[in-house]
Write a protein that binds this ligand. Structure first.
Ligand code: NDP
Length: 288
């Protein structure tokens, strides 16, 4: 068995590099007379976690030289008012990306699917519109969900050859598990998607050259399951019993076997915001 050998995939550092690249690209484009890219952020209600996420996204936007247009609606605003706001942003030429922070407040008439469908697919910075998710299934060019896109960028950073490798994705959500599985398939991996009804998760993970854990259960994936040398991308953000932030993978034990592993925090999380900016820039300047 390998001793403590994994290289840490530092998402914080990589995200900072990506943001710098975006900044340089934006500076050059503006100097060449292009219109400033703009991201609209919409938050409904007062959920503290959502407030923090949106604040970070807005700050990142400004840091790279993008415009940010921000809308706050009270929880009781309702579906019709939210759809009106989305329609207004769809029609605004200065807005190239639109993000409606989820989840929407409970106990009102909100319909998240209807809101996501109302966003102009060309301005879908999160890549959640069904048309864009369909495009991803067909490997067509379209906005890709930010967390899966960040995972693929981290994977590319390892320099590991993906073709023919066995990838196991734990989790099948529309925003992480399924899209990351499709992206791994595009990279010629042989992909297995696991979920809560998977019969033998341990056996699946043990066989994997690449593991993506997107579950939301603290340290579900045990370190002893990791194939020596595997790449481990941990999307999960959980609090353990001691109140510490941990991923879906038992990090210390997994790091003794993995070739590469993302920490939590500081792994996939920072890449998500960097990819949101990348999606907005691609929407603003598709030919750049
Ligand atoms: P969801 O709750 O939508 O999906 C979780 C998935 O995990 C489901 O497919 C579920 O299976 C599966 N699952 C649950 N329990 C088990 C189990 N015991 N064994 C195997 N599979 C199981 O979560 P998300 O995809 O939205 O998010 C996953 C995690 O990633 C969360 O911790 C979230 O906080 C984090 N996250 C982090 C982001 C970042 O930027 N770093 C961005 C987005 C999410 P089933 O379908 O059968 O119910």
């Amino acid at each position: 068995m390998q001793s403590s050998s994994a290289q840490i995939l530092d998402g914080k550092a990589l995200a900072a590099r990506v943001r710098q690249e975006l900044r340089d690209q934006i500076d050059a484009g503006l100097a060449a007379g292009r219109a400033r890219p703009g991201l609209a952020t919409v938050i409904v209600g007062e959920d503290p976690a959502s407030q923090v996420y949106v604040r970070n996204k807005r700050r990142a936007c400004e840091e790279v030289g993008m415009a940010n247009f921000h809308t706050e609606l009270p929880a009781e605003a309702g579906q019709a008012a939210l759809l009106d706001e989305v329609a207004r942003l769809n029609a605004d030429g200065a807005v190239h990306g639109i993000l409606v922070q989820l989840p929407l407040p409970r106990g009102f008439d909100y319909d998240e699917n209807a809101v996501l469908e109302a966003i102009d697919p060309a301005k879908d910075a999160d890549g959640f519109h069904p048309l864009n998710q369909g495009a991803l299934m067909q490997a067509r060019r379209a906005p890709v969900p930010c967390t899966p896109k960040g995972c693929m960028r981290l994977l590319a950073e390892t320099g590991v050859e993906t073709s023919g490798k066995k990838a196991v994705v734990v989790g099948r959500s529309n925003i992480v598990g399924k899209p990351v599985a499709l992206l791994l398939l595009q990279q010629n991996c042989t992909v297995t998607i696991c979920h809560s009804r998977t019969a033998d998760l341990e056996a699946e993970v043990r066989a994997a050259d690449i593991v993506v854990a997107a579950v939301g259960v603290a340290e579900l994936v045990r370190g002893s399951w990791i194939k020596p040398g595997a790449v481990v991308l941990d999307v999960g953000i959980n609090r353990n019993e001691a109140g510490k932030l941990v991923g879906d993978v038992e990090f210390a034990a997994a790091a003794e076997r993995a070739g590469w592993i993302t920490p939590v925090p500081g792994g996939v999380g920072p890449m998500t915001i960097a990819m949101l900016l990348a999606n907005t820039l691609e929407a603003a300047w598709p030919d750049a």
